[in-house]
Design a binder for this molecule. Sequence first.
Ligand SMILES: Cc1ncc(COP(=O)(O)O)c(C=O)c1O
Length: 377
Amino acid sequence: MITTTSTTMEGAILKLPCLRTVSRNPNLTNRSSGSLRWRSRPLHVSASAASSPSLINDTKIGPGSLGHITRSDFPILHQEINGSKLVYLDNAATSQKPTAVINALQNYYEAYNSNVHRGIHYLSAKATDEYESARQKVADFINAAGAREIVFTRNATEAINLVAYSWGLSNLKPGDEIITTVAEHHSAIVPWQFVAQKTGAVLRFVNLTEDEVADVDQLRGFLSRKTKLLVIHHVSNMLASVLPMDEVISWAHDVGAKVLVDACQSVPHMVVDVKTLDADFLVASSHKMCGPTGVGFLYGKSEILSAMPPFLGGGEMIADVYLDHSTYAEPPSRFEAGTPAIGEAIGLGAAIDYLSEIGMQRIHDYEVSLYPLTSYS
Ligand SMILES: Cc1ncc(COP(=O)(O)O)c(C=O)c1O
């Protein structure tokens, strides 16, 4: 779904400024306000975009624009509501699904519905191959080192809870600090309240600047050897601001902290590369990136996931089960107890194919070109 920006929160229509990039002002001291600059049109054009005849001459709206070209891919938009063509802008809450994703789901149920990792018959082998291929697609999409670093979850919320209950409960102790911002989605705040209550760790909140973006200078000032985890959005669902994530992550790593990036609103709109960012954990939801509901993912650095205990117990996550104890599978299976959302994960793979075919840089460039049209007044 090609749209203007991520400026709604759970369906509520907010009057917000255009997408903004936050940068740290080097002239300011650690605790002073961060600066704000309007994001300029990016210079990079992806290979797929460059090979497409339409981008360079792209008009912002109307025939020939990326939005116009892709509109026909979304069956839900082929209807009139109250006598008008349907226009959908609530992509921050959930995106619409292209035909390719709907077909992938339908094909799974019509042609090879079966459980994964537990059958030796044709359908199970096919379902397992497709499910694992979807995991590889997610890994490639965010440039993870391998599919073993991708855990399928129900959504981003469950991915954050996985890190909270598994990594958080086993690594945090009284006096340790978890730093986050007041601009996080509730799913990135509440799990850490649970963990702070259970471990005695302290949850500290970075405020907004006068420009209403997370104050990255205050954040830098908060970081210390006591900081064990930074939980932070890449693009804000409330403020539409883009944080300088690579810088922020390097500051956190300088004090030995791990970083969990909430990439729900960045992964669908721009190139996100976990190696370049050096993120320790990163989460996103399929349904915000043209994929089905019911599936999301956690990226975790391999060595960190390997050291984490399971989050949920059940089938699939075990190596051996005895009556008094069990041993656990290696990640990612260790964190995928029970039958997963198989068709939905395969649908997410189809959504990634769809987005990749257009090109994430191209999508980003197009969205940026629309920002002037989105100044709410
Ligand atoms: C920034 C951000 N983080 C986390 C979430 C939670 O996503 P989900 O409800 O799919 O788990 C959302 C959903 O709106 C979001 O915008």
